[in-house]
Design a protein around this ligand. Structure first.
Ligand code: PMP
Length: 386
């Protein structure tokens, strides 16, 4: 049997990983500033996380949600403490798309309305509602076109106000990434997020913060929306929540009352996933990783801004993007193949950095030195050719 061939691959086989490093099958070491697409939060194969999973595996890996599962409450308590959202309710799922799917469905159940507002360049996942709210025509199948999703320009307050003037009463939810990830690291302005909050309040619509990529400490606060000083009605999470173990969740405000059977999942909240998620939170709390992320992020962003040749450095914490001009268009490939550094791509001309939250200062400096060298080398080649 062959694999369904849908992923454009780097021609690399990774067989081992630890902290911010991964190794290929020949033992070549790579510095990882991509984290398998923002998934690695506390570093690959973190010993505390491994132990948490191993200990749980010996007790019980799975029993269905038809019985009490105390480790779910343990996770909810820890998540409430670390995120500061103690009053919210936790519903556990397996992925980011599933989190958004349930959040959107719940908003429609709760409000009795159908319209969803999403934004240009948004990415919310590949299940039916999540993909319909994603601004990429290539991944929306005809069956996903519900006609219920309206896309508005990101960060455009006038357009949002105008839309709500005529359609506000029909809106069930606004779904937004406080920092767009796949769309190219676009930071929502605080006033834009505050306006969404006000318009949702005035129109009985729910504010859904998709924190699948920008959340869980990555922006230097637990949720990226926290920077704007407003709360969402529903937060969705996945990726960094499990550090590589598939687990996602949604935080639901206390005034949203689920009915039995409204949401459900077989695997969501299984004991093993909860142990992995607890392992992550314990390390985030113990090692003060959110504050560390903020500091490291400021350092990295400032240093990147001083590199001549890359443009428009942006982001918050350790969710950083920059534009690569045409003469450096192969920079990401060069970093990977010549310098053994993984970075992410958003568009061909945007490099995304999503390192582990506990990447060391030394590793950040190693990256910056290498980036400087690679940029200088590529510019010299271009200058020579001219
Ligand atoms: N929301 C955002 C903001 C994402 O970046 C992603 C994944 N790139 C998703 C949702 C979907 O997550 P998953 O792949 O776990 O379904």
């Amino acid at each position: 049997m062959t694999l369904f061939d849908v992923y454009p691959l780097n021609d690399i086989t990774i067989t081992k990983a630890q902290g911010s490093y991964v190794w290929d099958e020949n033992g070549v070491q790579y510095l990882d500033l991509y984290g398998g697409h923002a998934v690695i939060s506390i570093g690959h194969t973190h010993p505390h996380w491994v132990k948490r999973i191993e200990d749980q595996l010996e007790k019980i890996a799975f029993y269905s949600n038809s019985v009490h599962i105390p480790i779910q409450q343990e996770l909810a308590d820890k998540l409430g403490k670390v995120s500061g959202k103690e009053e919210y309710q936790l519903f556990l799922v397996n992925s980011g798309a599933e989190a958004n799917e349930n959040a959107l469905k719940l908003a429609s159940f709760h409000t009795g309305k159908k319209k969803i507002v999403a934004f240009n360049k948004a990415f919310h996942g590949r299940t039916s509602l999540a993909v319909a709210a994603t601004d990429n025509k290539n991944i929306v199948a005809p069956v996903n076109e519900t006609g219920n999703i309206d896309f508005l320009p990101f960060n455009d307050e006038a357009a949002l106000k105008e839309y709500f003037q005529t359609n506000g009463d029909k809106v069930a939810a606004v779904i937004v990434e406080a920092i767009q990830g796949v769309g190219g690291i676009n930071v929502a302005s605080e006033s834009f997020l505050q306006l969404i909050r006000r318009l949702c309040d005035a129109n009985d619509a729910l504010f859904i913060a998709d924190e699948v990529q920008c959340g869980y400490g990555r922006s230097g606060k637990f949720f990226a929306l926290d920077h704007a000083g407003v709360n969402a009605d529903i937060y969705t999470m996945a990726k960094g929540m499990g550090n590589g173990f598939p687990v996602g969740g949604i935080l639901i405000a206390p005034y949203i009352k689920p009915k039995h059977g409204m949401l459900g999942t077989t695997f969501g909240g299984n004991q093993l996933a909860c142990a992995a998620a607890l392992g992550v939170l314990e390390v985030i709390e113990r090692d003060n990783l959110i504050e560390m992320t903020k500091q490291r992020g400021m350092y990295l962003i400032n240093k990147l801004k001083s590199i001549d040749g890359i443009d428009n450095v942006r982001g918050k914490g350790l969710m950083i993007g920059f534009d690569v001009p045409e003469d450096l268009k192969d920079l990401r490939k060069k970093l990977l193949h010549d310098y053994f550094i993984f970075t992410g791509e958003a568009k061909p001309n945007v490099i995304r950095l999503l390192p582990a939250l506990n990447i060391t200062r030394k590793q950040v400096d190693e990256f910056l030195d290498t980036l400087n060298e690679a940029v200088a080398e590529m510019k010299a080649v271009v200058a020579h050719a001219e």
